[in-house]
Design a protein around this ligand. Structure first.
Ligand code: SAH
Ligand code: SF4
Ligand code: F3S
Length: 457
């Protein structure tokens, strides 16, 4: 990292010599992990003397932090990348960087090398910390730079960061994934699981709380396997407990939990500490045991349901959300129906539903997939309709209740806030309330959100 700071300084010198402040734009696709990574990229760019813009036509440096989870995500990136040929034509000095999960896919790197020649720098998520060095190579060699080797991926501590706002902060606690769910690209692009040391994480959260951040979300592809690679006797529940014991008025959330590794110790810890939000994202993916096995998920329907029962027993107010994939290769209509019965049985507060998208190189991509796209679309619509009815009923049950919410921003003339369970609330009030916990009486509900009015403390 010390070396990277030297490169940052050298780039800063180059920028100073130009006599005007360069503008940088960072465009982020994908999950919260990418959002958190982008905040580090912004931090590095700031330290190189850049200001920021949202307009690619004005940017001297464009960084696209990409996602490879579904084909659709990649198509969007290629679309945006194509549009950048025009900005580059208008400003040949513009530097275009492609990073994130797509960049780590060999096919993508090849395609960019051959067909997207206006891209100057390509680097994968495991090379994020080396961004200053790589950018310096682009500046000094005036050639294209590719850094996409599948490295083990070390953990870089002390990367600069520019956070968005002063209310909510993301903290990556681990990188990579070892699960190899048969449909998923993440383990191939993000490498093996690496946990940050508990001391560093606790210190970062302590500081965020001291700076007044009110909601801190711990991030990892599978937070429940935190610490397994460290051999220091600290597991995720221990880490959470330590964080929840820090001084300050804040809430801690986390994502994502894998049902295979989540269990009573985690739920008991959540129940015990008021600072841990009673919210759990526990992706089930589907309701059929045969499909779960083919997905390599390592739990069955019954085990999942028992997990949910336990969590709700110790946290009756728990807000529970999930991810579902519709149309995994070979899934039959009867198996799909098992997912519908499962979501009716669990009654999630919200559900994120995806149609299966084959990812080259993953085991599922070579399985026979006889269901048609049209069939899958119909299943998808059916599942969404079933869940929307449940979400709406659940939201309606809030009406008349007074809840503590964290006001976090504005939407038009209204304030936006989140309940402890993460439900969106809109209310009227003064922007001075942003960053404060308030009591709000809920007076309206839709499938997606709640409305409320401030109640006396
Ligand atoms: N690590 C997290 C989430 C990773 S990706 C977890 O294990 O839950 C977020 C979601 O995208 C997954 O939960 C899954 O539902 C979905 N997803 C992953 N790969 C997919 C694919 N090939 N096609 C469709 N959806 C996919
Ligand atoms: Fe992908 Fe499974 Fe890892 Fe989640 S746990 S990132 S779905 S391989
Ligand atoms: Fe996408 Fe990478 Fe996240 S593939 S979902 S940005 S881990």
């Amino acid at each position: 990292m010390a070396r990277q700071r030297e490169f940052t300084e050298k780039i800063h010198d180059i920028h100073r010599a130009r006599g005007r402040t360069p503008l940088a734009m960072v465009d982020t696709f994908g999950c919260q992990q990418n959002v958190a990574d982008s905040q580090h990229i912004l931090g590095m760019l700031r330290d190189m003397g850049c200001d920021f813009t949202d307009d690619p036509a004005r940017a001297d440096i464009v960084v696209m932090n990409t996602c490879a989870i579904r084909d659709h995500a990649e198509k969007r990136v290629y679309g945006t990348l194509g549009a950048l040929t025009h900005t580059k034509k208008a400003n040949p000095e513009q530097i275009i960087c492609l990073c994130g999960c797509m960049a780590q896919r060999p096919e993508v790197a090849r395609k960019v090398r051959e067909s997207y020649r206006h891209v100057d720098l390509v680097f994968g998520p495991q090379a994020l910390w080396k961004f200053p060095e790589l950018l310096y190579q682009v500046y000094t060699r005036r050639g294209r730079v590719f850094s996409v080797e599948n490295e083990h991926g070390s953990i870089a501590e002390g990367m600069p960061v520019v956070r968005e706002g002063r209310v909510r902060a993301w903290v990556s606690i681990m990188y990579g994934c070892n699960n190899f769910c048969s449909y998923c690209i993440v383990p191939y692009v993000r490498g093996r699981e690496r946990s940050r040391s508990p001391e560093k994480i606790v210190e970062e959260v302590r500081q965020l709380a001291a700076e007044g951040y009110k909601e801190i979300t711990l991030l990892g592809q599978n937070v429940n396997s935190y610490g397994k690679d460290l051999d220091c006797g600290v597991d995720f529940s221990d880490l959470l407990a330590e964080i929840a014991g820090l001084p300050g008025d804040f809430l801690v959330r986390f994502m994502t939990s894998h049902p295979r590794d989540a269990g009573p110790k985690l739920f008991d810890t959540m129940a015990r500490f008021p600072k841990i939000a009673k919210q759990l994202h526990l992706p089930v993916q589907c309701g059929s045991d045969r499909v779960l096995k083919a997905m390599n998920r390592h739990y069955n329907r019954q085990q999942y349901l028992e997990l949910v029962d336990y969590a709700r027993k110790v946290m009756p107010e728990l807000v529970l959300t999930s991810d579902v994939i519709v149309g995994f290769p070979g899934e039959t209509e009867a198996e799909f129906e098992e997912t519908v019965t499962l979501i009716r049985q669990v009654r999630y507060d919200a559900l994120f539903t995806f149609i299966y998208s084959p990812r080259p190189g993953t085991p599922a991509a070579s399985l026979p997939d006889p269901a048609t796209r049209q069939e899958k679309n119909q299943w998808f619509d059916r599942l969404c309709a079933a869940q929307n009815a449940i979400s709406e009923e659940k939201h309606r049950a809030y009406v008349g209740k007074t809840l503590r919410v964290l006001v976090d921003g504005t939407d038009g003339d209204l304030l936006t806030a989140r309940t402890e369970g993460g439900r969106l609330v809109r209310l009227t009030g003064d922007a001075g309330l942003i960053g404060r916990f308030c009591q709000v009486k809920i007076d309206g509900a839709t499938t997606w959100s709640l409305t409320g009015t401030l109640a006396a403390e």
